[in-house]
Design a protein around this ligand. Sequence first.
Ligand code: ZN
Length: 192
Amino acid sequence: MKNNIFLLAFSFILFGCSTTEEMKINPRSLWNAAEPKPFENHIPERITIHHEGTRFEKGGDAPKHIKNVQTWGMGKDRNWADIPYHFLIDPDGNIFEGRNVFTTGETATEYDPTGHLLITLMGNFEEQEVSEEQLNALINLTAYCCEKYNISSETIASHRDHSAQTVCPGKNLYFNYIKNGYLKDKVKELIK
Ligand SMILES: [Zn+2]
């Protein structure tokens, strides 16, 4: 028993800073995802942060909202293959699986999302603040994706860094956590 405790403590020292083991990602089945249409494949090589753009509060029905985003995106307005993002994070810090990471995301603006791994925070950060839970989940998920898909933390940026046609991911997310390097620095601390 004593040895087991020692081993447990030792493995925490060895692996405690790795985010990979602890990441809880809710599968597509949890939000009742429809099957995707045929899609373009790609290899993710950079991380691009978005906001979903609709005001969304803590305690809201995230699976229902995500399903609505997929239904709208695959409908006649956009005719996308699937929900546009690879991962979504709600204001309570829950992480949801979006489209397959090895398929190219979608955008309504002029940049080419090929090679971009798209993480979106649910909410509108022109109006809302990022909650502590949501921010922590963003840091952990971004570090996890950098490690798992062998993506450099130097590539972490946001939609508006790649497109002149949008304020996405909203000023309160962009200026407080992305433009000033905060997210990048926190991710680097986790993966070094
Ligand atoms: Zn965006």
